[in-house]
Design a binder for this molecule. Structure first.
Ligand code: NAD
Length: 260
């Protein structure tokens, strides 16, 4: 199946977790890929992994920290230089920060979470949208979270940044829908990636597996999501099969965000 034949997709935070899963999903469907991450070594490993699944996919790697505006401009410019345009953008890179009560939260960690999760997503929009405007359209998927829909205990800056992602998604949608640019966000619940494994370690350092089991029991489906589940949703939202969806934050969380 090659629904992304001759299409170019940028994916940030592509070295592992949700970014890697989405990279595999779109590469298997024929996309040219520009994969971006600040972990150079893991990014090269990810490229090899994707390439072994999709040997004919054209893939470039770009090492960039998404909280650095010049580095973001650079990954956009390099992608256009290499492939001539950008059809889809998965604006995914993000961090959780450290878990702590609001009054005790380390202000430097707070600022870092905002720099990456909020400003990093904004810079991506700022430099990708003009390319898509020139081409006459494109698809953007930002990554919010269940924490972009409701509060999460001890994760104040993460929740603030992810509510902001949902807000920026609405604004990009209403400002650039006229240009054929469709911007949506996804709000994953707990999906078992390295980031979430680290969160379970913080909740129960002695027994992270017990924290995982307890968390899963609270979910309506009694399980955690898989990165591939999210990769498939992202591939759909970035494809031509998805039309007239704009400015939405779509939960992929087993129904968790409906619980009190
Ligand atoms: P992860 O830690 O497993 O992977 C994140 C990737 O992003 C890593 O490769 C990391 O090197 C990269 N990255 C982080 N900061 C970066 C930066 N400043 N510049 C460039 N690359 C950077 O995390 P994940 O679970 O795959 O999360 C991906 C996104 O999904 C994040 O925005 C996260 O907040 C969001 N999310 C994840 C879950 C989940 O359950 N896993 C739930 C809700 C939202």
């Amino acid at each position: 199946m090659s629904i992304f034949k001759d299409k170019t997709i940028i994916i940030t935070g592509a070295a592992m977790g949700l970014g890697l899963a989405a990279s595999k999903a779109v590469a298997l469907k024929g996309a040219n890929l520009s994969i971006v991450d600040y972990n150079a070594e893991a990014l090269e490993k990810a490229k090899a992994e994707i390439q072994s699944l999709a040997p004919t996919a054209k893939i470039i790697t770009i090492v960039a920290d998404v909280s650095d505006e010049q580095a973001v401009k650079n990954y956009v410019d390099k992608t256009v230089e290499e492939f001539g345009g950008i059809d889809g953008f998965y604006n995914n890179a993000g961090i959780e920060g450290k878990q702590a009560p609001l009054v005790d939260y380390d202000i430097n960690v707070f600022k870092k979470v905002i720099d990456i999760n909020l400003m990093g997503v904004y810079y991506g929009l700022k430099y990708v949208i003009p390319v898509m405007q020139k081409q006459g359209g494109g698809k953007i998927v930002n990554v919010a979270s269940v924490g972009g829909i409701r509060g999460v205990v001890n994760q104040m800056p993460y929740v603030a940044s992810k509510h902001a992602v949902s807000g920026m998604t609405k604004n990009a949608a209403i400002e650039y829908g006229k240009d054929g640019i469709y911007t949506n966000a996804i709000a994953p619940g707990a999906i078992l990636t390295p980031m979430v494994a680290e969160a379970f370690k913080q909740v129960n350092p002695a027994d992270p597996k017990a924290a995982e089991t307890t968390y899963a029991q609270r979910n309506p489906t009694r399980k955690l999501g898989k990165p591939e589940d999210v990769g498939n949703l992202v591939a759909f939202l970035l494809s031509d099969e998805c039309q007239y969806v704009n400015g939405q934050t779509i939960a992929i969380d087993g129904g968790e965000s409906n619980l009190y």
